[in-house]
Design a protein around this ligand. Structure first.
Ligand SMILES: NC(=O)c1ccc[n+]([C@@H]2O[C@H](COP(=O)([O-])OP(=O)(O)OC[C@H]3O[C@@H](n4cnc5c(N)ncnc54)[C@H](O)[C@@H]3O)[C@@H](O)[C@H]2O)c1
Length: 319
């Protein structure tokens, strides 16, 4: 079977993004041939090693996909619009890219005879849940168009995969952080935003009292899980949570950041944003069982690595 051979031909959609580029560079190091398709709406090709074949383009562009998918063994589908608050403003765009892009890719994979797809889904599909940690069989209740788009894409991946004999592995990834994490001015993710504000002496907005609990998982652990999902046996049709398995409140995160940066934090309470949920922590036992997944980097260690290796923060630490 092709997936058991040591090296594979791999296509990563969204491979110039935060997670995609880390995955692409890792797969190249592991000896695979790696192609990346990314429209650069949020990605940056400078993140990629020069031996990775980069194509700029939209994941809905079928002729481009047919060309790129020739002799590809495994596709990692990461191309997506990824902001919960932005999705509330522009649900049509989220539907077109995250759902339409997934359907177009699955069709093109069928045409090209690709064996396996690993789809990067999200914890956002769960929404508000009565219990925590959440396991894969909990009923999804997404609270944002982003979550709806990821859930809908999951259904397309599973259904088209089953109908056309494509192996599918869906990873529901929780809040990923690490060096190189984007920090867009509009709707920045909580960790790089807090690090920047703490180091710069600015005030940190704390939504809804800061009691929301999240599962922050380090980028290297997420990459390990994706790599394993590309070649593991007995995982087709499975949906698997990928997180740290640990819950951290936003207030506790702020305290850890204050300790590590040795700066005094100025917290600014603001009313809660819509689309968020109070508690979301992953049950990662299935990932351990099926992928041998064990998260290795704690929140504090991951934050220290960001402060040391992310140039944006490292230079502020020295000031
Ligand atoms: N970062 C997280 O915490 C997290 C959590 C759960 C799931 N995910 C999923 O993981 C994947 C990667 O997320 P990320 O954090 O690296 O985000 P990112 O924005 O850094 O990466 C997404 C990439 O997709 C590209 N892209 C967007 N629309 C495209 C299109 N139409 N055609 C081709 N490329 C397109 C962007 O340019 C970007 O490089 C996404 O599918 C996201 O939903 C991320």
């Amino acid at each position: 079977m092709r997936l058991e051979t040591k090296t594979m031909n791999i296509l990563i959609t969204g491979g110039a993004g935060f997670i995609g580029a880390a995955l692409a560079n890792r797969l190249l190091l592991d000896g695979h041939t790696v192609r990346v398709l990314d429209d650069l709406s949020a990605g940056n090709p400078d993140r990629l090693h020069s031996d990775i074949f980069f194509t700029r383009g939209d994941v809905r562009d079928k002729p481009k996909l047919w060309r790129l998918l020739k002799r590809v063994d495994c596709v990692y589908h990461l191309a997506a619009r990824v902001s919960v608050p932005e999705s509330i403003l522009y649900p049509t765009e989220y539907n077109e890219t995250n759902v339409g892009g997934t359907v177009a890719l699955m069709e093109a994979m069928r045409d090209a005879g690709v064996q396996r797809v690993v789809f990067a889904s999200s914890a956002a599909i769960y929404g508000e849940q009565p219990r925590s940690p959440v396991a894969e069989d909990f009923s999804p209740h997404p609270t944002s168009p982003y979550g709806v788009s990821k859930l809908s894409a999951e259904h397309y991946v599973s259904t088209i995969g089953r109908l056309w004999g494509i192996e599918t592995v869906i990873l529901r990834i929780f809040n990923t952080f690490g060096p190189g994490q984007p920090l867009p001015p509009e709707h920045p993710p909580v960790i790089p935003m807090m690090l920047k504000q703490a180091l710069g002496g600015g005030s940190i907005p704390i939504y809804g009292g800061g009691t929301q609990v999240r599962d922050f998982v380090f980028i290297d652990d997420v990459v390990d899980s994706l790599v394993a999902a590309g070649s593991a046996k007995g995982v087709s049709r499975r949906i698997i949570n990928i997180g740290s398995g640990q819950g951290t409140s936003v207030n506790a995160l702020a305290k850890t950041i204050a300790r590590l940066t040795t700066r005094e934090l100025h917290l600014l309470p603001v009313p809660s944003e819509s689309g968020g949920v109070s508690q979301l922590v992953a049950d990662i036992s299935l990932a351990g069982e099926l992928l041998g997944y064990v998260p290795r980097v704690s929140l504090a260690d991951g934050l220290s690595l960001m402060l040391k290796h992310d140039a944006r923060f490292a230079k502020m630490v020295r000031v």
